[in-house]
Design a protein around this ligand. Structure first.
Ligand code: ACO
Length: 448
């Protein structure tokens, strides 16, 4: 098989959301801290009737239906998630409910977990399977599903929730450039979930930013080396039309692209424009440790890269700014935003992707985009995802109600013997929702 990659995509995020501006007021922080400081507009969250299983059921059923894919045609199903509902039973097995009805139980794959990286691991597994000798001609299906919630405090506004389904196969409109890949993996305690009695992570916010930027540098350097070996000339930012980042909050994406720009400047000053050469020159002698600590450098990078950021990064920031950190789904929601904003103008373009999962695992890789063939083409993917309407049809919840919902979820976490609210009027038709958890901890879902 050739041109293996993404054939189709769909995204689901809960309609329930809280605006960052309202949250600033509620939390009593200075005005602009979440909207400008973090760069976020709005945050989606699961109400008590939704969770990572219901969201993934919703998005998988929707993708199969809208792209007219027979459930029997799926031969591998891989889930990326870091939201633990069960330590043994994978989310993938819950999704088998969608396939059992058609008689298809011959589906390989389970869940991949490492913070926000699981979706990328799942994608690589599916692509590798299609490219391998055990491929049986059917499609791979990747699901990224997470609900990001934090304890009260500065990390809480960086939550979010979503599920994404990605159909993988040959002759795709979005081709993975398998030879171009740089990874950086190491041991770090930046963000982790050691307390199995709580859904909330333990997070060292500042360290997690530094780990992210160090991993970005390392991946970029390896990516550049591989490109040079393959193409016989150095890579620079000008060799890719777009850059898409894992997006915990938009400010970090701005800093990250600034950092890539600084990398290019340090690799060869002629890669950046003259004004940038001048403004970045004072930082050229910093050690790499110093360079992560320097706030002046961070600001100078963002400033110098601003015009390129607006062209090559900004179009991918829509959903992450509106929905928040979706953990494993975050990078792919950013990519979905790019598709939504640029549609068929992406034909012939290269898109560089940066995936980061705390702990830590990171990979930079790239896509080459082609027209594709109906139903698996760029414009149909954009139509099916219908991002504008999904964003428009959301329900703004006051912060008090959001906090109350999180309290209910804290009490229910790991619990049994409860029935959820009967009111699902705000869920769009076709949405799966949790009805009850019985005395054996078995979870039951229904479709609206
Ligand atoms: N107006 C404008 N900007 C403001 C205002 C204001 N009123 N108040 C603060 N700011 C700015 C700050 O200057 C800072 O900007 P800078 O980074 O450009 O200097 C920014 O807002 C953040 O404020 P801080 O005080 O530095 O940080 P805070 O204590 O709010 O914590 C953090 C932010 C660390 C991101 C926290 O939300 C967190 O821990 N989040 C979870 C961890 C995370 O997402 N890490 C990313 C990688 S790991 C992952 O994906 C989970």
């Amino acid at each position: 098989p050739t041109n293996v990659g993404i054939l189709a995509m769909d995204i689901y995020f809960p309609p329930t959301c809280v605006t960052q501006e309202a949250l600033e007021g509620h939390d009593g922080v200075s005005k602009g801290k979440y909207t400008i400081g973090l760069g976020q507009d709005c945050m989606a969250f699961c109400s008590e009737v939704e969770d990572v299983i219901s969201m993934s059921l919703t998005v998988v059923a929707s993708l199969l239906e809208k792209f007219n894919v027979d459930p029997k045609q799926i031969g591998r199903l891989e889930v990326g998630s870091e939201t633990v509902i069960d330590k043994s039973k994978s989310i993938k097995t819950f999704l088998m409910q969608v396939f059992e009805a058609s008689g298809n139980t011959d589906i390989e794959g389970v869940d991949s977990t490492n913070a926000c990286y699981g979706g990328t691991a799942a994608l690589f597994n599916c692509v590798n399977w299609v490219e391998s000798c055990s491929w049986d001609g059917r499609y791979g299906l990747v699901v990224c599903t997470d609900s990001a919630v934090y304890a009260e405090g500065p990390a809480r506004p960086t939550g979010g929730a979503a599920a994404i389904a990605i159909l993988v196969g040959p002759d795709a409109p979005i081709v993975l450039e398998s030879k171009l890949r740089g990874s950086h993996m190491a041991h770090a305690y930046d963000f982790y979930k050691p307390n199995l009695a709580s859904e909330y992570p333990v997070v060292d916010g500042k360290l997690s930013q530094t780990c992210y930027l160090m991993a970005l540098d390392s991946c970029y350097q390896i990516f550049c080396k591989k490109f040079e070996k393959l193409e016989g000339r150095p890579f620079s930012i000008s060799d890719s039309d777009y850059f898409v980042f894992h997006s915990p909050y938009n400010k970090l994406v701005q800093k990250s692209f600034g950092r890539l720009y600084f990398n290019d400047f340090m690799r060869n000053p002629s890669f950046v424009d003259e004004a940038a050469r001048e403004s970045l020159a004072p930082y050229a002698s910093l050690s790499s440790d110093e360079s992560y600590q320097s706030r002046d450098l961070e600001k100078a990078n963002q400033q110098a890269a601003r015009h390129v950021y607006n062209a090559k990064v900004q179009p991918s920031t829509l959903i992450p700014k509106q929905v928040g950190n979706m953990y494993t789904a975050s990078l792919y929601a950013a990519f979905a935003s790019l598709l939504h904003n640029k549609n068929t103008s992406l034909v012939g373009n290269r898109v560089v992707m940066f995936s980061y999962g705390s702990g830590l695992t990171a990979t930079m890789f790239s896509f080459h985009l082609q027209e594709g063939q109906h139903p698996f083409n760029l414009s149909n993917i954009v139509t099916v995802m219908n991002v504008s309407d999904k964003l428009k049809q959301r329900l703004e919840i006051p912060p008090e109600k959001f906090v109350e919902t999180l309290k209910i979820m804290e009490q229910r976490y790991g619990g049994k013997d409860f029935v959820t609210s009967k009111d699902c009027s705000y869920l769009p038709p076709g949405t799966f929702y949790l009805t009850n958890v019985d005395s054996m901890y078995r979870r039951h879902y229904a479709k609206k």
